[in-house]
Design a protein around this ligand. Structure first.
Ligand SMILES: NC(=O)c1ccc[n+]([C@@H]2O[C@H](COP(=O)([O-])OP(=O)(O)OC[C@H]3O[C@@H](n4cnc5c(N)ncnc54)[C@H](OP(=O)(O)O)[C@@H]3O)[C@@H](O)[C@H]2O)c1
Length: 266
């Protein structure tokens, strides 16, 4: 693993965490502060962002808080302006929207929101940050993905498909940008203890990791893209459902997992 000084040199001085207000995004912010980067904390709700910013200020950080909706039509313009103002060496796309349930019972607006937050959002961030990263010839992009993106997932079909998009996007960008000094990684996580996960699940799935551990493992893997699966059990699970099992069996396993998650939340 690179030392904090090397990490800050390669990915600093500013890191933007998109979806930073709680859970894994907040864990990324804490870990990046420990590694010597300055932070831009972005999410929709300013109150939890300010609480996190205060916590980091008490530790000597000078974070910027940006309350905005990544799914809004002017997100690209706002991020372009930010990338012109600050030297952002690292962009992390952590925000996500994951409605669980029968697709026919979801409104069309909800499904489009999955596309806006999970597909349009990471492309928006990537496109806005890339020109200055390329000019400097160094930096990184980290897209949060999921084991759900390795195969179809009943009752989470749009979310899973959007995560497949992120994994494949990151892999392509990794191949395209590495010669220009820019590291790209998809972090394909299994279950993570976050407020979002706790709200959706009544009990923890096997292999569930702390947000701090996923943030650390993902950042440690940034220079070794194009993808990482944090956690030994999750690595085995990813091989099982992603490669070894017939697709029908893999989809059936994901269906059972989602059903159990829904039942445990009732
Ligand atoms: N938790 C898990 O078990 C798990 C497993 C595999 C992969 N992942 C991935 O890990 C990432 C984080 O998961 P999580 O459970 O911590 O998610 P989460 O609890 O839903 O938090 C997501 C963060 O994104 C922000 N956000 C959501 N929509 C936004 C929008 N439109 N504009 C700006 N910010 C927005 C949220 O803050 P605001 O509400 O204030 O906007 C929050 O800070 C996601 O990409 C998820 O797919 C999670």
């Amino acid at each position: 693993m690179a030392s904090s000084a090397d990490f800050a040199q390669r990915y600093g001085p500013w890191a933007l965490v998109a979806g930073a207000s709680e859970g894994l995004g907040a864990a990324f912010a804490r870990e990046l502060h420990a590694r010597g980067l300055s932070l831009i904390l972005l999410a929709r709700r300013s109150a939890p962002l300010e609480t996190l910013a205060d916590e980091l200020r008490a530790e000597g950080a000078t974070p910027r808080v940006l309350a905005m909706d990544l799914a809004s039509p002017d997100a690209h313009t706002q991020l372009l302006a930010l990338a012109r103002e600050l030297e952002i060496g690292l962009g992390i796309y952590n925000a996500a929207y994951a409605p669980v349930g029968d697709i026919a019972e979801r409104s069309f607006e909800e499904l489009m929101r999955v596309v806006d937050v999970n597909v349009r959002g990471p492309l928006t961030l990537t496109h806005a940050l890339l020109p200055p990263l390329r000019e400097r010839g160094r930096g990184g992009l980290l897209l949060m993905s999921s084991l759900a993106g390795f195969q179809g997932t009943p009752r989470l079909a749009t979310y899973a498909a959007s995560k497949a998009f992120n994994t494949i996007l990151a892999e392509g960008l990794w191949g395209e940008l590495r010669a220009q000094g820019i590291d790209v990684l998809a972090s394909c996580a299994g279950a993570i203890r976050t407020p979002g996960y706790d709200a959706a699940a009544g009990k923890q799935a096997p292999g569930t990791l702390d947000a701090a551990s996923v943030a650390r493992r993902s950042l440690d893997a940034l220079a070794r893209g194009p993808r990482v699966v944090p956690g030994a059990l999750n690595k085995v699970a990813s091989l099982l459902v992603g490669r070894w099992l017939p697709r029908r069996r893999a989809v059936a396993i994901m269906a059972a997992n989602t059903r159990e998650l829904e039942n445990s939340a009732r």
